[in-house]
Design a protein around this ligand. Sequence first.
Ligand code: SF4
Length: 407
Amino acid sequence: MKVFLRRLSRDIPDRNRPSVVPAGLMISDSNTPLSPAAPAVRPHLLGLTREQLAAWAVERGFARLHALTLWHEIHQKGRTTFTPRDRMPPRFLQRVDEELAQDRPTVAKETHSSDGFTRKYLLALADGRLVETVLMRYHGRTTACVSSQVGCAMGCTFCATGQMGYVRHLTAAEIVAQALHVDAVLRETAPSTEGPPTSAPALAKPEHPSAFHRHERLRNIVFMGMGEPLHNYDAVMQAVDILREPSGLAMAGERLTVSTVGVVPGIRRLAREGRPVSLAVSLHGATQEERATLVPAARRWPLDELMDACREYTAITGRRIFFEWTLIDGRNDRVEDARAVAALLRGIPAQVNLIPLNPTGGYDGRPGGVEGARRFQDTLKAAGIPSTVRQRRGIDIAAGCGQLAVG
Ligand code: SF4
């Protein structure tokens, strides 16, 4: 372990040499101080809340209004460059340039699913690291799946990100930039033949060249991309605060979903801090033994501890939890597995999201079938637990759950 951590810190300044901690070797509480710091030395403009930017401006003798204008232009209007004609004085803009980093991730590669509903962006960060961000459209909604880390330390066996190991946390600015990028894509999507956005069908026909509509806005953000969000708690919550800001992207709390593989301290902290986000907990196994084989983090935070934290979360917040269950054929998709889930979730306001396993190179399980999913759902329903079977989207471009990874 020490050897890996030494190697990790030694490698950070070298942008050309990958520094990866193999999966499962760095499982610790959220925001471990052992995690390498963000690459930017200067504070980043995108990583400041509206009030933080206003305070920054006032401290330097500028009018609060200038900061609020700048913040609005970036987060509401999607602007990336500014001139004095934008109702902000040159001195103010110059000071922003001098003191605040403003780099944005660049698109290294863009892929579209064959049905037109999913787009995946490989984004290059300022230090050359790569992450993936996915834009999905279904049921008339647009959703961004954003990454919170480069790689992941949790090592879930069926997940491509887990298989690549952990590299570093993303900063709040890098997370916000992903959402802004997707929002900009939606605004700029070339006019299609499908008519104005207000008449957009719930699901565009697959043969259409684009399932997206000009001037559409981002509706939902899920922190289900690369990385474990609660392992990078501070940056993720800073990003959440920025994304919820009414004069920015204005994401209502329930339209922001933070997922976790079961980082118990993070769940308890989220409950105490009271941010109105949706919480999704990945279960995948209903006994400690079974779960630990799929989710190594379960050894650090055992199932009974996790369920205690979930009960505490729902009691404090009054919100239900979404439990994610990857259906693996013959492994955890049997009726007895569904019964075990029902028993585990008894008394917890919950919804179960069933996700047929998506293929990854490092895991040879097969996805649970339609019939198995239906039986699973029926069993949960009989126990009074609502559930959905997730639509599989973007599998042909490896943009589905558990498939994100960079080489
Ligand atoms: S499923 Fe999530 S927590 Fe598990 S390894 Fe993949 S990215 Fe990390």
